[in-house]
Write a protein that binds this ligand. Structure first.
Ligand code: SF4
Length: 207
């Protein structure tokens, strides 16, 4: 019987091109205590229950959605994925067993994660193809950040599923309409921020 804890998910978007190679399903987990200067997802910091899911059944749902929508993999972001490493380790193992790729963002440094002796962290890392690690720094002047080109972040290929030839720009920012909400993801510049603020002023759910 699977006794792993529930995974606390803030949101899921299907069909993103701005959060890793190709077309992906992006999962934002809820909760992060790292407190980066200028955190771009402050609403995802509190460890409060949002959508609580069993990692194994959630993985089965995500695999089906990936097949139905021709996505090549899953991207884990947040919030801080490694603060839910036990549940995400189970989830990512099942995703990899289904031949989908896994990209994972983290606010921890790559060296901290790769040197961790925590078995749950090790399990999660074993099932990640690309790790994008390091805290966000608001004051760094770098206007054209992308998921693979960000001076704050280390890009680490942990498997041979991808290599540097797979790292290219699809879109660095997306606006995805989901139901009545507009979701922003990727790296938002000044113009995008103004558009985002317009939506925020209308109580739209944003990420
Ligand atoms: S790791 Fe991400 S969610 Fe956590 S504080 Fe930094 S930017 Fe915010």
């Amino acid at each position: 019987m699977d006794e792993s804890p529930l995974l606390n998910v803030a949101d899921v978007v299907i069909g993103s091109y701005a959060n890793g190679p190709g077309k992906r399903i992006v999962i934002w987990v809820q909760g992060c205590t790292i407190r980066c200067n200028g955190c771009f997802n402050p609403t995802l910091q509190p460890h409060v229950a949002k959508i609580l899911v069993k990692p194994d059944t959630f993985a089965a749902d995500i695999v089906k959605l990936s097949i139905d929508n021709e996505c090549e993999g899953v991207t884990l972001t947040g919030g801080e994925p490694f603060q839910q490493s036990q549940a995400l380790g189970v989830f990512a193992t099942l995703i990899k067993e289904s031949k989908l790729s896994v990209v994972c963002f983290s606010g921890y440094s790559a060296s901290k994660l790769l040197n961790s002796t925590d078995l749950n962290v090790k399990t999660l890392l074993r099932n990640v193809d690309i790790l994008i690690a390091g805290p966000f720094q608001k004051d760094m002047n770098y206007p054209n950040r992308t998921w693979f080109d960000d001076p704050d972040k280390e890009l680490v290929f942990l498997t041979d599923v991808y290599n540097k030839n797979d790292v290219f720009l699809n879109d660095n920012v997306e606006y995805i309409i989901k139901g009545e909400d507009v979701h922003f993801s990727g790296f938002i510049d000044e113009v995008d921020s103004k558009i985002k603020n317009i939506f925020q002023s209308h109580d739209t759910l944003l990420f």
